[in-house]
Design a protein around this ligand. Structure first.
Ligand SMILES: [Zn+2]
Ligand SMILES: [Zn+2]
Length: 239
C-alpha cells in the first residue's frame, strides 16, 4: 500500500497541561518530517490542567502558517455526557478550524457499551464535529457498526490513533482493526493521527499505517493522504 501522509490532524501543546512542546516546535518538526499540514488540537477546558476557554477565544492570535506548514487551530473536545454534549461552548467550536471529539476517563467515566455508544452517536449528530478520536479504546466498548454508520452518513472521519499502539490505551489494536474494517466496508473515511504530546512524535504513523495495510484499507479514503482532501473536508462546514 502506497500511503503517503501529508498532515497530522491531532497534536497537543503545553496548553493541554500535559503536553511538552510549543506550537513552534510542533511546526518545525512537521516541516522537517515533510508534512504540509498540522492541526493543534489541545484538550478542552474540563480536562485537568487543560486550557481556559480564553485560549480558544483568542483564535485570532493563532498563526495559521509557520515555515510553510499550514497550521489548523482546533480542539480535542471531551464528550461530557450521554447526550453527547461537548466540553466547549458551541460559539467557540464554530470559530475553530477543526473539532475532534473523544472520551477520557477523567471526564466521562467508562460506561456500558450501550451508554458509550449513545453518547458518541449524539456527539456525531453535532454538525460542528469533524473527527472521532481513538474510538478503539478498550475502556470504552462501542457498537462499531452503528458508530461507523452514523459517522459515514454524517460525513465524519474516524481516527486511527498511532499513540494507541505505542504509548497509551493499551489493547486498542484489535478494536482499531475491527473499526478500520467496518469503515472500509461502509465506504467511509479515516484519518491517521499521531496524538503527539511531544513534538518529536508529530508525524509518527507507522503502526497505524501497518494496521490499514493489514485490512487493505483504500489509501484514497485516508483523509490526511492529501492536502486537498483535508482542505475540502475542513472547509465543508465553514460559514
Ligand atoms: Zn484523547
Ligand atoms: Zn489527544
Amino acid at each position: 500500500m502506497n500511503l503517503n501522509l501529508v498532515g497530522d490532524l491531532h497534536t497537543h501543546t503545553v496548553a493541554s497541561g500535559h503536553g511538552y512542546s510549543t506550537v513552534m516546535e510542533i511546526a518545525q518538526v512537521a516541516k522537517r518530517k515533510k508534512l504540509e499540514v498540522v492541526a493543534i488540537t489541545d484538550h478542552s477546558p474540563e480536562m485537568p490542567g487543560g486550557p481556559l476557554p480564553i485560549y480558544f477565544e483568542s483564535h485570532g492570535h493563532f498563526p495559521r502558517e509557520i515555515a510553510g506548514v499550514k497550521i489548523y487551530f482546533g480542539v480535542e473536545a471531551d464528550i461530557l455526557d450521554e447526550k453527547g454534549n461537548l466540553a466547549l461552548d458551541e460559539k467557540l467550536l464554530k470559530k475553530l478550524d477543526i473539532v475532534i471529539v473523544s472520551f477520557h476517563p477523567q471526564i466521562f467515566p467508562p460506561a456500558s457499551r450501550e451508554i458509550n455508544t449513545q453518547a458518541l452517536l449524539r456527539a456525531i449528530e453535532n454538525p460542528l464535529v469533524d473527527i472521532i478520536a481513538h474510538p478503539g479504546n478498550p475502556r470504552y466498548p462501542l457498537d462499531y457498526e452503528r458508530v461507523v454508520e452514523a459517522a459515514v452518513s454524517r460525513g465524519k472521519v474516524i481516527e486511527i490513533n498511532n499513540s494507541s499502539f505505542t504509548i497509551t490505551r493499551r489493547g486498542s489494536r484489535e478494536n482499531c482493526r475491527l473499526i478500520a474494517q467496518e469503515v472500509k466496508k461502509q465506504g467511509g473515511w479515516v484519518a491517521v493521527s499521531s496524538d503527539a504530546h511531544f513534538c518529536e512524535t508529530v508525524g509518527e504513523f507507522k503502526e497505524a499505517q501497518g494496521l490499514l495495510e493489514e485490512v487493505g484499507f483504500p489509501p484514497e479514503r485516508v483523509l490526511n493522504s492529501s492536502r486537498d482532501n483535508i482542505e475540502k473536508f475542513l472547509n465543508r462546514k465553514r460559514r
